[in-house]
Design a protein around this ligand. Structure first.
Ligand code: DX5
Ligand code: ZN
Length: 219
């Protein structure tokens, strides 16, 4: 069964002074969702944006908001991100005292739930949550910053999860995040990912967003 790959541009690499226009451009560019990186300067060594900004910009987008929470303790803020307009909410196991409860909170708010694995975090960390989640986000860089180099060793986890999901016929997408360019995207696809997150490569202004998205989808 071959599904077409989905593209989730990370607005972290875009011009934050014109987010509304960026989102309007993304609506027309063939992107499947908008990847929004939320960082708190505590769980990761960088700070980005929170629910008030997401709420303000959400109305400019006609495609889902894929919100990647790199904040701790995450459970305290899940409802705020849901109310702000997140469609998918992804959390890290290390950022919560109770992964299952946090995932169930996301689901109870009517949102899709994702769990993200850092490069050094093993698959075992998410297994208890597997029956409840819609998405697994494999980090292919250390979370915190865009523009880092892809870590090919995480593809072992992708391959293992692909096998498990197919064998058990689970309705879970595998997303990969960090260092995705036209070369590494091909490796990730081959390993079995469903969704590619990409920031630096897609927002490279030498080519249009639309052309870059198409190129990434077809590489
Ligand atoms: C890193 C973020 C990524 C980042 C990807 O912590 O989770 O989503 O924006 O950016 P690139 O594609 O530049 O690696
Ligand atoms: Zn991300």
């Amino acid at each position: 069964m071959t599904k077409s790959i989905k593209i989730a541009p990370s607005i972290l690499a875009s011009d934050f002074s014109r987010l509304a226009e960026v989102l309007e451009e993304l609506n027309q560019s063939g992107a499947d969702m908008v990847h929004v990186d939320v960082m708190d300067g505590h769980f990761v060594p960088n700070i980005t944006l929170g629910p008030p900004i997401i709420k303000k910009i959400r109305k400019y987008s006609t495609i889902p908001f894929d919100v990647h929470l790199m904040i701790a303790p995450v459970e305290r803020y899940i409802k705020d991100f849901s109310d702000a307009g997140a469609d998918i909410i992804t959390i890290h196991p290390e950022a919560t005292d109770n992964l299952i409860q946090s995932v169930q909170l996301i689901k109870s708010l009517g949102k899709k739930a994702g769990v993200s694995l850092n490069p050094k975090t093993n698959i075992e960390a998410l297994l208890p949550a597997l029956p409840f989640i819609d998405l697994i986000l494999i980090m292919s860089v250390q979370p915190g910053f865009g523009g880092q180099a892809f870590m090919p060793e995480v593809l072992t986890k992708v391959k293992e999860l692909r096998k498990k999901i197919d064998k058990e016929q689970l309705n879970i997408d595998i997303e990969i995040d960090g260092g995705i360019n036209f070369e590494t995207a091909a490796l990730a696809k081959k390993a079995g990912v469903d969704i590619l997150v990409s920031g630096t490569t897609l927002f490279d202004s030498k080519q249009s967003l639309k052309d870059n998205i198409e190129k990434l989808r077809n590489c």
